[in-house]
Design a protein around this ligand. Structure first.
Ligand code: JFZ
Length: 311
């Protein structure tokens, strides 16, 4: 446990990346703007799978450059990147044999952005971590939480066996050393099911950290606070604050409610002083670029840290 957590405890600051098909609607569906977080648009607009799937045919992030992503993180003083390999919409941003609903097989772009990012992270010695939505999957009849396409009962175990475990195996086999798997919103996963996911991660990469939101009451390597929630006092154990730069995780074209670099730097120091990590989010566009406002803010945070740290 201690060995596994060593790099993470030193890191203090990481980049969260929420990137997927939801960057195309960017907060708007059929002329209507949805006020909630961008990556939830499929559920909030109750978009049928058959409709939402068509976004894949348009997904062509030709401006994506792994080097730019990594440099933006590095310049901010971030030591790891946690990217959505599969969010609740069920779309895999990596090549997957377990589901054709992935960036290589289902989009005109046809390239594995997770692979490009993994290679660049390894080259530049940043830890690469994968967010993976283990319970919610709005694309699968047996995944949880899509009650508009699939109102009937479901075989969650089948979904775990046929999609989640094979995809986790791919993620932990094809991309070199993985810093952590960031599980999220466990919903009704049982203790046994959660434990089997933990065992799988441990068996494939014993050094891979397992984040706080696995579920089933199963012990994980550290705690996540509520999103954007900073504890008032020192917390025992390892913990991380996932936070947004504006009001959304996935890109929304009309969300310009950015936090200031000064406020972010203060939060970062506050969190670090209390012994936690700060995982700060960017939401790349459908073209594959991190919004310029985010890049500028992070650069200022990085500059402030460089001029004011002793080491
Ligand atoms: C989840 C996701 O549903 C969301 O889309 C995003 O990925 C975020 C990072 O994680 O949302 C949550 C999960 C847990 C809490 C709040 C929002 N929580 O514990 O307070």
């Amino acid at each position: 446990q201690d060995e596994r957590m060593e790099w993470w405890r030193d890191a203090r600051f990481g980049m969260f990346i929420h990137w997927g098909l939801y960057a195309i609607p960017a907060g708007e569906w059929e002329g209507k703007e949805y006020p909630q977080i961008g990556e939830w648009i499929m559920k909030n607009a109750r978009i049928p799978v058959a409709e939402y799937e068509k976004l894949a045919q348009q997904f062509n992030p030709v401006k994506f450059n792994a080097h730019d992503f990594v440099m933006t993180a590095k310049n901010a003083g971030m030591k790891y990147i946690t990217i959505t390999s599969k969010h609740h919409d069920g779309f895999a941003m990596f090549k997957s044999e377990a589901s054709k609903y992935n960036i290589v097989d289902a989009t005109p772009y046809g390239k594995d952005v997770i692979k490009a990012l993994a290679d660049e992270c390894h080259k530049q010695e940043l830890k690469l971590c994968f967010y993976y939505s283990q319970s919610r999957d709005w694309h699968e009849p047996n995944g949880l939480d899509n009650d508009w396409d699939f109102p009937k009962e479901r075989d969650f175990q089948k979904y775990l066996d046929e999609k989640v475990k094979p995809q986790l195996t791919e993620l932990l086999t094809n991309y070199g050393l993985v810093g952590m798997i960031w599980f999220d919103t466990p919903m009704t996963i049982s203790e046994e099911q959660a434990q089997s996911l933990k065992n799988l991660v441990r068996s494939l990469q014993p050094a891979c950290i397992i984040s706080g939101r696995l579920g089933g009451g199963v012990e994980t390597d550290y705690k996540s606070t509520g999103d954007n929630v900073i504890p008032a006092e020192t917390v025992s154990g390892d913990w991380e604050v996932p936070a947004t730069l504006n009001n959304t995780w996935g890109f929304k074209k009309n969300d310009h409610n950015w936090k200031s670099p000064e406020a972010l730097t203060r939060l970062l120091f506050d969190i670090a002083a209390k012994g936690g990590n700060y995982l700060l989010n960017v939401g790349p566009t459908a073209e594959g670029v991190i919004p310029q406002a985010s890049v500028d803010i992070l650069a200022k945070v990085g500059k402030w840290m460089k001029t004011n740290s002793e080491c």
